[in-house]
Design a protein around this ligand. Structure first.
Ligand SMILES: Nc1ncnc2c1ncn2[C@@H]1O[C@H](COP(=O)(O)OP(=O)(O)OP(=O)(O)O)[C@@H](O)[C@H]1O
Ligand code: SF4
Ligand SMILES: [Mg+2]
Length: 388
C-alpha cells in the first residue's frame, strides 16, 4: 500500500501554519494589496479542540422502520487543522456534518449526545439550541460554514453570485450594502475567481462547475467562520479543478489557521490534504489517527481493506483490483456486535458478532474499535497492581 498514495502524503514540506488565533481576515490583510480586514475576536481557547462531538446519535423514522444513521459518534475537530472523514456511501459522513449545523433532514433528528463548539463567541452546546432559534442561525455561517458537493443545490438560481455572498456578509458582518458588495468581490478574488467583478454580476448557471464551487467557498469564507465543513466539494469536478480547490482549502488552513472538516471518498485527497483522519462505518467511527498512522500503520480491517482497494501506479494491470467483499448492510438492519463483522475476513466468531468493540489506543492520537486489539479498559485492568 505504500505506493502512489502513500508517497503523496504531505508532511514536513508543508508551509508552516500561522499562529492558530490568527483570523482569516487578519491573515489576508497581511498580504500585499489585500483590503483592510474586518476585525474579529481571537478564537476561544486556542489549544482546545474547536468542536467536541460526544456519543452523537441521529435517527430517521421511515415507513420501513427507524434508520439509525449515527450510533454514538465521538470525535474532536482539532483547531487549525484539516480533519478528513472517509467511509463508504451511507456510513454517516453527511449526517454527521448536518447534525453539527442542526440541519438534519426532517423527520430525522438528533436523539442523543452532545456537540460542543469553542468558537469566537465562547463555548456553545449546539444540541442545547433550538435548530430554528436566532442563536443557531447566527452560529451558521458566522462560526461554522458548510460547502456542499453540488453548489447548484445551495446557490439560489435567481440571484447573482455577488448578491448571495453580500447577503451572507449583511447577515453577519455589516449593515452597509456597498461594503458587503465590495467584500463579496474581494472574497471572489481571494478564492482565485477569474474576473471577480464579472463573476459577482453573474447568475449561478452562467458559471462553470469549478467557478460555482469557488463561489460557494467564497460565500462560506466570507464571514471568517471558525470551522469550515466541506462535504465532498470536489467529487463532481475534473482533476485539474479539484487540485486547484484542494490548494485553496490548504491555503485557508495555512494562512488563516481555520479548522476544517473535509468529507471525502478519496483516500488520495486525504493523503494530499488532511492532517488527521476518521474512518466511519455504518454510523460509527472505527479508526482515527494521523494521516501517517492510517496510511502506514492501519489497524482496523475495514481501513486496511479501503486502502487495498485503491488502484496503485506500477501495480500489475492485469490483476483485478481488490474489493471489499459484501456491501454495506441495509440501513434499517441492526447489526449486532461489530458493524463490520459480516464482511470482515478476521472476524472472531462468538465475539465480533455479539459484542461492540471498545476503544483501543494504538498510539498517540491513534485509536481503533476492533476486538483484535485489547480495549483500553481491559488493558488498564490487566496492568500489574490494578484490580481485575
Ligand atoms: N433523509 C433521510 N431519510 C432516511 N434516511 C436517511 C436520510 N438521510 C440519510 N439517511 C440515512 O443515513 C445514513 C447515512 O447517510 P449519509 O448521507 O450521512 O451517508 P454518507 O456517508 O454521507 O454517504 P455518501 O458517501 O453517499 O454521501 C444512510 O443509511 C442513509 O440512508
Ligand atoms: S471487531 Fe472483529 S469483525 Fe470487527 S473489524 Fe475487528 S476483527 Fe473484524
Ligand atoms: Mg454524503
Amino acid at each position: 500500500m505504500r505506493g502512489a498514495v502513500a508517497t503523496r502524503v504531505t508532511g514536513p514540506d508543508r508551509p508552516p501554519t500561522e499562529p492558530e488565533n490568527r483570523t482569516m481576515s487578519q491573515s489576508y490583510a497581511a498580504e500585499e494589496g489585500a483590503p483592510a480586514a474586518v476585525p474579529v475576536e481571537a478564537p476561544h481557547g486556542a489549544g482546545d479542540p474547536v468542536l467536541s462531538i460526544r456519543d452523537l446519535e441521529v435517527e430517521f423514522p421511515t415507513p420501513l422502520g427507524v434508520v439509525r444513521a449515527l450510533n454514538g459518534v465521538t470525535f474532536d475537530v482539532p483547531r487549525g487543522k484539516v480533519l478528513g472523514i472517509v467511509g463508504e456511501s451511507g456510513c454517516g459522513k453527511s449526517v454527521t456534518a448536518r447534525a453539527i449545523l442542526q440541519i438534519v433532514e426532517k423527520p430525522g433528528r438528533i436523539t442523543g449526545g452532545s456537540i460542543t463548539l469553542r468558537g469566537v463567541g465562547g463555548e456553545t452546546e449546539i444540541t442545547g439550541l433550538n435548530p430554528d432559534s436566532a442563536p443557531m442561525r447566527e452560529l451558521r455561517g458566522r462560526e461554522i460554514a458548510m460547502i456542499f458537493q453540488e453548489p447548484m443545490s445551495s446557490l439560489n438560481p435567481v440571484y447573482t453570485i455577488g448578491a448571495q455572498i453580500a447577503e451572507a456578509v449583511l447577515i453577519h458582518q455589516t449593515r452597509n450594502r456597498e461594503e458587503a458588495h465590495k467584500r463579496a468581490v474581494e472574497m471572489l478574488r481571494q478564492v482565485g475567481m477569474p474576473h471577480p467583478e464579472a463573476a459577482a454580476a453573474s447568475y449561478p448557471h452562467q458559471l462553470s462547475g469549478g467557478m460555482r464551487q469557488r463561489a460557494m467557498i467564497a460565500m462560506a469564507l466570507s464571514c471568517n467562520p471558525t470551522v469550515l465543513i466541506a462535504d465532498e466539494p470536489t467529487t463532481a469536478l475534473d482533476v485539474t479543478t479539484e487540485a486547484q480547490i484542494l490548494e485553496l482549502i490548504r491555503n485557508v488552513r495555512d494562512r488563516a489557521g481555520m479548522s476544517i472538516m473535509f468529507i471525502t471518498h478519496s483516500m488520495g485527497v486525504v493523503a494530499q490534504l488532511c492532517d488527521e483522519v476518521i474512518v466511519m462505518y455504518l454510523g460509527r467511527i472505527v479508526e482515527r489517527g494521523s494521516v501517517d498512522d492510517l496510511f502506514y500503520d492501519p489497524k482496523h480491517p475495514y481501513t486496511r481493506a479501503l486502502l487495498r482497494s485503491i488502484p496503485r501506479i506500477g501495480a500489475n494491470r492485469k490483476a483485478p483490483l481488490e474489493v471489499i467483499e459484501g456491501s454495506v448492510p441495509d440501513p434499517h438492519a441492526r447489526v449486532a456486535g461489530c458493524p463490520f463483522h459480516p464482511r470482515c475476513p478476521e472476524a472472531i466468531p462468538g465475539r465480533c458478532d455479539t459484542t461492540v468493540p471498545d476503544l483501543s489506543t494504538a498510539g498517540p492520537g491513534h485509536t481503533v474499535h476492533c476486538h483484535l486489539y485489547p480495549g483500553d479498559d481491559e488493558a488498564s485492568q490487566s496492568e500489574p497492581g490494578k484490580d481485575a
